[in-house]
Write a protein that binds this ligand. Sequence first.
Ligand SMILES: [Fe+2]
Length: 359
Amino acid sequence: MFRNFRMVSYIVFGRGSFNQLDEILSKQRKNSDSAMVFCVDDVFRDKPLKDRLPLGSRDMLLWVNVDVEPKTSYVDRLTRQIKDEMNTRGGNPPAGVIGIGGGSTMDIAKAVSLMLTNPGSSADYQGWDLIKNPAVYHAGIPTLSGTGAEASRTAILTGPQKKLGLNSDYTVFDQIVLDPELIRGVPLEQWFYTGMDCYIHCIESLTGTYLNAFSKAYGEKALELCREVFLEGGSEIEDKLMMASYCGGMSIAYSQVGVAHALSYGLSFILGLRHGIGNSIAFDYLDEFYPEGVAEFRRMMEKHRIDLPRNITAKLSEEEMNRMIDVALILEPLWENALGKDWKKIMTRDRIEKLYRRM
Ligand SMILES: [Fe+2]
């Protein structure tokens, strides 16, 4: 069976394209009463972008905090807050949810748009194709590039038991606005680690057993752009990184990620590490799986004078280590992509623990 997957319905790309958001949303406002909910990363609370949001008089503006990666409890709370507000206005659901920020904020917007139409807790839907009802209209506007969250069919959340996305066709954005001006001025480390998420998507996709011409086409282009951005530099790097992120996301949409991502999910779950840095920490110990990719990654780190955190697992208890291994092992498609159908024989708990202990 071939995967029949949904893609983002509308994309606008270009410097200044954010200015078209008002017009884009006006088509989704069914009547003058219908509210849009803006979920915006709270780093923009005191930034000029705040005054550029095309807020209608009925719209809700939610400053979302992503100092830690999004949790199912946080998504549930935001959803409750929106429903309560809508109930005071007659009970109609909002016309849409707009996420403005990095991967975490976009994942929150996707998850909230799904939870407005699906009962229960978002933790009930962590997995593949568990979502029953279509989401409300949702649009994503990245202000950081690399995660591919703008292109993906998942909204990655940390729940009580695991870190796992709400993977479904309904998760995919209806609209994305790719404005390279918005990703200018990101702090170096955040820019680098988020960009390395994209680089690692490319390596994991291009070396995986799930690879096909579709994924390869996007993955190779994204990799080429990552090299230009992180090894050459120069003009238009925001445009290039933004397209690398999108193409990297499209590449893994039809294949999968691999060992670094599986290990990184465990690191995030137990140590609360952000996705980009967790990937980078894990990737640096994966020469045996991705020799060329890891060597090039180190050249990128050197060029940008990045010092990876070390010894981060040194103080973990046996129990924490075991839970970290459990979280990594839940991600079966990732292991299968990386190591093939017999991956369980290759990647034992013991081998995962040895890798984690070195980090
Ligand atoms: Fe990733």
